[in-house]
Design a protein around this ligand. Sequence first.
Ligand code: SF4
Length: 138
Amino acid sequence: MEPIKVGVISCSGEDCLGGTISRLAARKILERIRYGESVTICLPLFIAGGEEERGFAEAYPTITVDGCGKYCAKRATEKLSGKVTDVVQVADIIGKETAERTALSSRNLTPEHREMADKVAEEIRIKFDRIVEGNFKK
Ligand code: SF4
C-alpha cells in the first residue's frame, strides 16, 4: 500500500520570530524528520493562484504551521483549497511575546532559536504521526 503523504504548510511570516520558527520547523519535518512522507506548497504561489496548489488540501491531509494567532496559512488553505486536518500555532509553544519579536535571518539564529524550532517540529511530528496512524486519507 502506498504510504500516506501529509502536507505541511507553513505561513510565510517574514516580520516576526514566530514566522521564522514556523518555516524552520516545517523545513525540518520536510527535509529530515519525515522526509519522503511529507509534501508542501509555496504559500505565496498558492495565494497567487497556482493551479496545482489549489487542489492541494483536497488531495492531502494537511497540517498548517502558523507563527501567530492570525493563522494566515490555515485561513489561506481553507479559503483556496480545502479544510485542513490539523494546525500548529508557534506562539502557543514559544509564547506570544517571543513569537512577536523581530524576525531573524538564518545567519543570526542562536541555539535558543534552534531549540524553539525543535519544539515546534516535535509538535508537528506528533500531529503528523497521529494522522498517518489513523490512516487518514482524503
Ligand atoms: S500567521 Fe502571523 S506570523 Fe504567520 S504570516 Fe500571518 S501574521 Fe505573519
